[in-house]
Design a protein around this ligand. Structure first.
Ligand SMILES: *Cc1c(COP(=O)(O)O)cnc(C)c1O
Length: 425
């Protein structure tokens, strides 16, 4: 590796002293190859600069929030303007009502909106709304699907108690029989079926929603009186200008939104249909910063760009070209690369790579060539990317695949269990 990294190493040392584990959650130390930077200092359009000043085309987009580009002139101007007028006030501004009007206008199933800060707030409110609506406890959700990091859904149970996870039954995504079985097991206590808009779990190939599965979820919710929830926190606005399942004609009762709805500014939302309005009005949920006006101004500007530009068609088109180009170039070097999921939210995994050593080597090679990829989490394209950026990634991959072909047989094993445990080696 020839990239400078002294600033990053110095920050890691200081962080190790004052931040537990050096970092936590999805930013935990050890979840990415050792030569990945932990700290950044700048973002502009489709690019990020690490603490040492190295520049990368960023295919992670902040793990989703960056949809139109970092430091977007119009979105950030709207944010800054509102910051100067009033942000955290004793109550909300008119922007909150307008944002609720615009989101319910845009999302077919939605008659009302509630705003919060993180996706986890929204999914937790969805859970509470469903339990309030049905006066039942049990939820059915797919194994391995991420819905946030509150005690009821955090993927690592350390620090939680059994009661936090009670009344949850798991099924296999896209498996109708397993969904039916889980719902049957819930008996007369089913409050909700949670669904990811498509299978976007880490470490395994992504999968589009099977139409029969989505329809069955709707049908079972209707038959039992439970609510159907689509967790669109990650995919919302990246696969449709509506709830992601609108594309397959299945409307949920509740949908959860976050990540990119204000292009990186902190706001998330729970949207609901008429049926769930009364229950939503009955739960007590709030936060000191949930009514901030500046992120709402940024969200309104983001929605304007969603309505008036061809961003969606462009990121989908660039994503398809990237995935097709990578598969083809990998194959030319005799490597099997699987690109799964929508092109604009791709996950790339190599064949015959159980401990991800090929994946780790490949993404490190790409990093050296100015592209920030992820070895086991889905990536994201943003509207600030250009065709030239995609060509740049494809050219870099040509060299990286050649290096992988050359050095693959001698690669050291990756301690997958250590990084699955959050790098606590
Ligand atoms: C990120 C994510 C969440 C949680 O959102 P946070 O803002 O991180 O709390 C929930 N559901 C899905 C599908 C997500 O990708």
């Amino acid at each position: 590796m020839t990239r400078a990294n002294s600033q990053d190493r110095a920050l890691r040392d200081r962080a190790a002293a004052v931040i537990p584990g050096g970092m936590y959650g999805h930013q935990a130390v050890g979840l990415l190859p050792d030569d990945y930077p932990q700290f950044f200092k700048r973002g502009d359009g489709a690019h990020i600069w690490d603490a040492d000043g190295n520049r990368y085309l960023d295919l992670m987009c902040a793990y989703g929030p960056n949809l139109f580009g970092y430091a977007h002139p119009e979105i950030d101007a709207a944010y800054v303007r509102q910051l100067g007028v009033g942000d955290t006030l004793t109550g909300p501004t008119a922007l909150m009502v307008r944002l609720a009007e615009e989101m319910t206008e845009m999302v077919g199933h939605a008659a009302w909106a509630m705003f919060c800060k993180n996706g986890t707030d929204a999914t937790t409110m969805a859970l509470m709304t469903a339990r309030a609506h049905t006066r039942r406890k049990t939820i059915v959700r797919a194994k391995g699907a991420y819905h946030g990091a509150a005690p009821w859904c955090t993927p690592r149970p350390t620090g939680t108690i059994d009661a936090d996870h009670a009344h949850q039954i798991f099924c296999d995504y896209n498996d109708v029989a397993s969904l039916e079985e889980a719902v049957a097991k819930a008996g007369d206590d089913l409050a909700a079926i949670f669904a990811a808009p498509f299978k976007h779990d880490a470490f395994i190939d992504q999968a589009r929603p099977d139409l029969a599965y989505a329809r069955k979820a709707r049908e079972l919710a209707d038959a039992t009186g439970a609510l159907l929830i689509v967790d669109d926190v990650r995919a919302g606005l990246r696969v449709a200008r509506d709830c992601s399942w609108s594309a397959i004609g299945v409307e949920p009762d509740l949908s959860t939104w976050g990540k990119c709805i204000a292009n990186g500014h902190p706001i998330s939302a729970l949207l609901g249909s008429e049926k769930a309005r009364k229950a939503a009005a009955s739960i007590y949920v709030t936060g000191s910063f949930w009514f901030q006006a500046a992120p709402m101004a940024a969200a309104l500007e983001t929605l304007r760009l969603v309505r008036t530009t061809d961003y969606l068609e462009r990121i989908a088109g660039m994503g398809e070209r990237l995935s097709a180009g990578l598969t083809e170039r990998a194959a030319a070097h005799g490597l099997g690369l699987r690109c799964s999921g929508p092109g604009q939210m791709p996950l790339y995994l190599f064949d015959d790579d159980p401990d991800l050593r090929k994946g780790f080597f490949f993404v490190s090679q790409m990093l050296d060539r100015g592209a920030y990829l992820h070895p086991w989490h889905n990536m994201f394209l943003c509207a600030a990317m250009t065709d030239a950026d995609i060509d740049g990634v494809l050219n870099a991959a040509e060299d990286a695949f050649a290096a992988l072909k050359r050095e693959g047989p001698g690669l050291a094993p990756v301690d997958k269990l250590a990084f699955l445990a959050g790098g606590q080696r």
